[in-house]
Design a protein. Structure first.
Lengths: 362, 689
């Protein structure tokens, strides 16, 4: 299901050569001597040597309509800064941010407020709830700022409350809620204005692991209903794998690699990326299509499974059908055949030799 | 062994040698012992000239403000006085109930009834009416400056020193300024109290607004808030608790200044009542009136802090209109009811004179009985502390030791024995702990032998400046030198030393007592529970009131002042010590316990060293409280700067009083910076900050 939405390839939000430098003269290098440095990495180094901090260096990526784009990186990698540049909570030093083809950096403060009121929603790591408002007022807060009247605010808020499953909690105050519930409020609030673009800045990092998993499922469920264009920040590689359609890995303010999770696992750009992918449980990432092989014989009468089935979910069938199962594409076409032997081979193989079939499914 | 000494040690030894040279040389060169008259800068005359110019040229402006402000004061005063007391008592009780529940309501009810029955109702209402105008003004001014300081770092840098000065220059020093500019009357009290009480509101506003987390701000921005919406709907409500804390502090400061300002007279309020009865030696009456102030202070404090604490509480249950607005409804019904009742039952309208009940006579008799019967004990305590502590500190052992006081005369042999003894102790401490303690003991020995007022002034400047430099860096060192230089150059040196002497002794004793109690309270919940209300009461008590019991027993004089300062200043030492000891990192305590440390080892080798930075902040507050009380203690006849300030006020010599006031502010600010710097440095070293 979610595999497909990104296939439309229509770009919603685009980040073009964005730089963010903190220091005494942040734009000094970017204005004057940009041309002297062909290589952005060298330019970043030069800026750093001048005693300034480079939070983002030449970051570029596209977020497609309806896809979940994850930015993954360790703390200090600049991932939080870049998501704030996208919403202009932080002013980029150089570059372009295109929302539906319009450069956000050229917008006036007033236009920006309008964009945030109608097109953007954001969820924060520590929830960012207003302590003096109860759940429903917190969620309806963006609508209140727009000057909508109370009945409209509450009916709209009630709708998203249902979406995140917080019914009956409307008049509670934030501090009376658990972390997971508070983040549901945060999610509901960010969705109250029905935004096109949804930013989530480490939304589940402050929660304990069990709740985190639950919230990830919740997130996937909501996204399967709403199909927002999402930028999701996390430092948890496994979380990224679970929810990403595509992802970018950041280090020292630069994007190291962009691609589908499976691409990153199968073809890590460098040792840094490989470090993340090496302890990934493949059966939770690879899907049937990734290990499908050319059928040796006729496939009639064999059991059929969709191509996006995770390997961990098809082990039962493989055990029952020694001859394998047919992997079919979205349109019902035969992609190949998956066998227990193929799975074992794939799991045993290093990232160096990827199953051929993986390349076919894209 | 040698590694224990560093360059600081050599520097201090040099300081001690220079000091000793100054001490010996001051017999030859008079300018060392006494700052020459001819060098004194006549700053007080200049200030008086400025004031004259202001009055002459801008007098109309200030009188205009005064005229404007007079109306609301008159209005509130009229309203509060014409309201039947029963209505006011009911409303106060209701507010107390709304702020923190029935306990406070009962307390408020009994307190206000006491004011009625004892016959101080009108005076209380007069004070309250001034407060009713000054508090909103202070909050408005304070909040505005706070917002300004919050948005602009540059504005903050300009505002902060102004606040320091307003809070440290004694009120008596600028009362005369206000009096001269704004004319005689209640307006003086109003302006003084606004000036004194808006600084805490500024500080709390800035702290509160700064404290709102980035994420809340960002979530506000992402919700599409305009800058105005972001401020009023996100920042302000999110920092409400801190803002209300500011309101609480501003209110308490306002009350204390309203009381102090009544010293100028003509206000017919409760502060004046206390003051005039003290002056007439009617201690019973002054105690009763003082109790009124204390009760007022406690109610106002508990009500405002109650509202502050409740600001974070929300009741999730849905309620009907009547339930949500129950206090307003009760207020309206109760007011109408008591109004109507008062029409028929006159007693509720105005408590009749003949029904007033005052135990003042009985109190006075009891006091007389006490003083007559325990005369020897009372006198002995005073004499002992005078001869063995106060006099030596002031004029030095060399002069204080005489057959009349100590029972023998100071001979060179005694002096030599003293010198050797002190050097031995210093050496012992250096060997056992570190050289800083040794140096401290040596310096103390010199000061104690010569006497603070007999020390050559350049030596005092030197010692304090080097201390400032070593503790807080060269800026603090230069600041200290300039500050002490100011006091020498403006001719207030002798009085400044007298202030430091009295306040210094009081602070040391207060801190010793307070820290001991604090350590005890940190280990004993019962002690802690007993101390808390005592501390609360002493801390909310207006300063005048604390003087009363000591004046009753010891009449006027430095010893009375000393006791009053101690009674007020030991409280923060208790609080901070207990707080510091109770909030130590748990893992360190556990580690020490697992190493098998005994209770005393734990206390002295683990807990106290770790809690010392926080305890040092307690010392800081002890000094600040001590100086605040010292100002008021001028009323009982001390001789230091505070007296110059007070005399300046009563003689109408603004310049003279104000220069002394600045001197006191300098002492306070230097003491504050030194203790803060030490505490901060130590916390960083211990990795606690």
């Amino acid at each position: 299901m979610k595999r497909n939405s990104s296939d439309t390839k229509k770009v919603k939000l685009s980040c073009r050569n964005v730089w963010k430098v903190y220091g005494a003269h942040p734009d000094q290098f970017l204005k004057d001597s940009k041309d002297r440095f062909q290589d952005p990495a060298k330019l970043a180094e030069a800026i750093r040597e001048s005693g300034q901090i480079v939070a983002n260096a030449n970051v570029s990526f596209d977020v497609h309509v309806g896809e979940t784009f994850v930015i993954m990186g360790l703390s200090g990698s600049g991932k939080s800064t870049i998501v704030r540049c996208l919403s202009r909570l932080v002013e980029p030093t150089a570059g372009e941010i295109l929302l539906d083809g319009d450069d956000l950096l050229k917008k006036s403060e007033k236009e920006l407020i309008e964009i945030r009121r109608h097109k953007m929603g954001m969820v924060f790591q520590n929830f960012g709830l207003l302590p003096h408002l109860n759940v429903i007022d917190n969620i309806a807060f963006p609508l209140k700022l727009q000057g909508r009247d109370e009945s409209e605010r509450y009916s709209q808020a009630e709708r998203v409350i249902k979406l995140v499953g917080l019914q009956g909690r409307e008049s509670n105050f934030p501090k009376e809620l658990s972390g997971g519930q508070q983040q549901r409020v945060g999610i509901a609030r960010s969705l109250a204005v029905e935004p096109d673009v949804w930013f989530l800045d480490e939304p589940f990092s402050a929660l304990d692991p069990l709740i985190r998993k639950q919230m990830q499922n919740e997130f996937l469920r909501i996204q399967s209903v709403l199909h927002k264009s999402i930028v999701f920040i996390t430092h948890d590689f496994h979380e990224a794998l679970r929810i990403a359609d595509r992802m970018a890995i950041m280090r020292d303010g630069e994007v190291v690699q962009i691609g589908r999770p499976v691409d990153l696992i199968l073809n890590p750009a460098d040792g840094y990326v490989r470090d993340f992918t090496s302890d990934v449980p493949w059966e939770g990432v690879l899907r049937a299509a990734d290990i499908a092989e050319q059928p040796q014989g006729p496939v009639d009468g064999l059991e059929r499974i969709p191509g996006d089935t995770l390997i961990e979910n098809m082990l039962r069938q493989l055990a029952d059908h020694e001859e394998g199962v047919v992997v079919e594409g979205e349109d019902g076409s035969v992609l190949g055949i998956a066998t227990a032997r193929g799975v074992v081979a794939a799991l045993a193989s290093g990232s160096s030799d990827a199953p051929e079939a993986a390349k076919r499914y894209s | 062994m040698l590694a224990k000494f560093d360059r600081g040690f050599a520097q201090w030894i040099a300081v001690i040698i220079v000091t000793l040279i100054f001490v010996v040389a001051q017999k030859e060169w008079g300018w060392l012992s006494k700052y020459p008259e001819g060098w004194i800068i006549p700053l007080d005359d200049a200030l008086n000239a400025i004031l004259d110019w202001l009055v002459g040229n801008l007098g109309w402006f200030f009188l205009g403000i005064s005229w404007l402000l007079d109306w609301p004061i008159k209005g509130v005063r009229w309203a509060l006085n014409s309201l039947p007391w029963a209505v006011s008592v009911f409303l106060v009780t209701l507010i107390a109930q709304a702020a923190s529940g029935w306990r406070l309501a009962v307390f408020a009810l009994l307190s206000t009834l006491y004011m009625v029955v004892i016959g101080y109702w009108e005076e209380s209402m007069n004070s309250l009416s001034l407060l009713a105008i000054s508090v909103p003004l202070a909050i408005l001014v304070g909040f505005s400056f706070g917002v300004l300081g919050f948005f602009s770092r540059r504005a903050e840098r300009a505002i902060m020193p102004m606040l320091d000065i307003l809070q440290t220059v004694p009120a008596f020093a600028y009362l005369l300024l206000i009096l001269t500019l704004f004319g005689f009357g209640t307006v003086v009290g109003l302006i003084a109290s606004v000036l004194y009480s808006f600084p805490p509101m500024v500080r709390n506003t800035i702290v509160g607004l700064r404290g709102v987390s980035d994420e809340i701000i960002e979530s506000g921005i992402m919700s599409g808030a305009t800058p105005a919406q972001l401020f009023w709907q996100v920042r302000v409500p999110s920092s409400l608790r801190q803002l209300l804390l500011g309101v609480n502090q501003a209110t308490m400061a306002s009350l204390s200044m309203v009381i102090i300002a009544s010293i100028i007279g003509g206000t017919a309020d409760i502060g004046w009542e206390v003051l005039s009865t003290i002056r007439k030696a009617q201690f019973g009456e002054s105690l009763l009136a003082g109790l009124v102030i204390a009760l007022m202070a406690m109610i106002i404090d508990r009500v405002t802090s109650g509202f502050a604490a409740r600001s974070g509480e929300y009741d999730p249950t849905e309620k009907s209109f009547a339930r949500r607005h129950r206090y307003w409804i009760a207020a309206i019904i109760g007011t109408v009811l008591f109004f109507a009742l008062a029409e028929f039952v006159n007693v509720l309208e105005e408590w009749p004179r003949e029904m007033e009940f005052s135990p003042a006579g009985a109190l006075n008799d009891g006091l007389t009985y006490l003083i007559v019967n325990f005369r020897t004990e009372i006198e002995t305590i005073k004499t002992l502390s005078l001869f063995f502590v106060m006099l030596p500190t002031k004029i030095g052992l060399q002069m204080a030791v005489s057959p009349f006081t100590w029972g023998f005369a100071m001979t060179p042999a005694h002096a030599a024995a003293y010198a050797f003894g002190m050097i031995a102790i210093a050496a012992f401490c250096t060997a056992k702990w570190n050289w800083r303690i040794g140096i401290f003991i040596l310096l103390f020995a010199i000061f104690f032998y010569i006497g603070l007022t007999n020390m050559p002034w350049p030596a005092v400047v030197l010692v304090y400046s080097v201390a400032g430099w070593r503790i807080g860096g060269y800026r603090l060192g230069i600041g200290t030198a300039l500050g002490f230089g100011f006091m020498a150059a403006t001719g207030i040196w002798h009085e400044a030393m007298l202030s430091i002497y009295l306040c210094g002794i009081a602070v040391i004793i207060s801190f010793a007592i307070g820290a001991s109690i604090g350590i005890w309270a940190a280990h004993n919940d019962t002690v802690s529970a007993i101390m808390r209300p005592i501390n609360d009461t002493l801390q909310t008590m207006p300063l005048f009131v604390i003087l009363i019991p000591f004046v009753m027993i010891y009449k006027i004089g430095e010893f009375t002042a000393l006791l009053a300062i101690i009674a007020y200043a030991f409280v923060p030492a208790v609080r901070y010590s207990e707080h510091g000891l109770r909030n130590l990192p748990e893992n360190v305590i556990e580690a020490a316990r697992m190493m098998g440390s005994t209770k005393w080892q734990m206390l002295w080798q683990v807990k106290v060293p770790l809690a010392l930075p926080v305890m040092m902040l307690g010392l800081n507050q002890t000094i600040m409280y001590g100086i605040a009380m010292l100002v008021i203690a001028a009323l009982v006849g001390t001789k230091g700067l505070e007296q110059v300030v007070y005399v300046g006020l009563s003689d109408g010599n603004f310049g003279h009083g104000f220069v002394a006031g600045i001197g006191m502010a300098i002492i306070a600010i230097i003491a504050d910076r030194m203790t803060q710097a030490w505490s901060g440095k130590r916390q960083v070293e211990l990795g606690l900050a």
